[in-house]
Design a protein around this ligand. Structure first.
Ligand code: NAI
Length: 259
């Protein structure tokens, strides 16, 4: 029997990395969690861990680049968890693509997941909020790479700039429905996505993995990479009632890379 007093959060890309930390943090904050990911086994593992620690979570299989699929996953969440209050559009792909090697396929895939996934998440959340007769919170994953240009990130950075634009637009459009829309902009976070990039950087330079990781911390004022939990703390605030008077913003949580 689901606890009707608890708010519900739907977190895409919840099976690993930042998304997993967000699921755990929002559960600790007292929300019920839909761990939404196309990695179903990973999502189930995260949901099981949350349930084992006294929270309430379900795993929902979703491909965020597929609009119908996102609507179905949100509907499944409403049915199983009995509500819908927060969506975290976190799933994303982050390939390194130097300008001259960008292919049509890479461009399409990354925009379909990062930008398409955010748009479909927003649309599905609006429908759920309207059906339930209340407002809610939409939280989107942008990035430090959505604040300034970085070599090799024309496609990825392009999607993250777009997500900031979508966030600002949606904030203005959805305010009358009592829906706030904000984004978070992580810097360099120790997740599988980043480990892959560090490994590639090190391999290309013929250096060890640790050297690849060290290259990242050089441009960070705090001289350390971010833990996924640092970002989850920022999302916790954006999902809480404490941020009710905030909309259209992109909170930068990057150890001081951009300021
Ligand atoms: P990650 O690669 O470790 O995890 C991404 C998750 O999203 C995976 O569980 C994957 O299965 C899921 N996913 C990918 N495509 C999907 C799809 N089409 N449908 C459903 N699920 C899908 O990524 P990480 O590092 O945790 O990043 C999370 C978000 O934070 C992304 O939007 C990323 O762009 C953003 N970000 C990450 C930074 C970092 O340093 N790791 C820095 C700035 C932003």
């Amino acid at each position: 029997m689901t606890d009707k007093t608890k708010r519900v959060a739907f977190v895409t890309g919840g099976a690993q990395g930042i998304g997993k930390a967000i699921c755990e943090r929002l559960s600790n904050d007292g929300l019920k969690i839909a761990v939404a990911d196309f990695n179903e086994a990973g999502a189930k593992e995260v949901a099981n861990e949350i349930n084992a620690h006294g929270g309430e979570a379900i795993a929902v299989k979703v491909d965020v680049s597929d609009r119908d699929n996102v609507f179905a996953a949100v509907a499944e969440t409403v049915e199983k968890l009995g509500g819908f209050d927060v969506i975290v559009n976190n799933a994303g792909l982050g390939p390194q693509t130097p300008l001259e090697s960008i292919t049509y396929e890479t461009y399409r895939k990354v925009f379909d997941v990062n930008v398409g996934g955010t748009l479909w998440g927003i649309q599905a959340a609006i429908k759920a909020f309207k059906d339930l007769g209340h407002g809610g919170k939409i939280i989107n994953a942008s990035s430090q790479a959505g604040q300034e240009g970085n070599p090799g990130l024309a496609v990825y950075g392009g999607t993250k700039f777009a997500i900031r634009g979508i966030t600002q637009t949606a904030a203005k459009e959805l305010a009358p429905l009592d829906i706030t829309v904000n984004a978070y902009c992580p810097g360099i976070v120790k997740t599988p996505m980043m480990m892959d990039i560090a490994q590639k950087t090190a391999d290309e330079a013929g250096k060890p993995f640790d050297w690849g990781m060290e290259q990242f911390s050089q441009n960070i004022t705090l001289k350390r990479l971010s833990e996924p939990e640092d970002v989850a703390a920022c999302v916790s605030y954006l999902a809480s009632k404490d941020s009710d008077y905030m909309t259209g913003q992109a909170l930068i949580i990057d150890g001081g890379m951009v300021f």
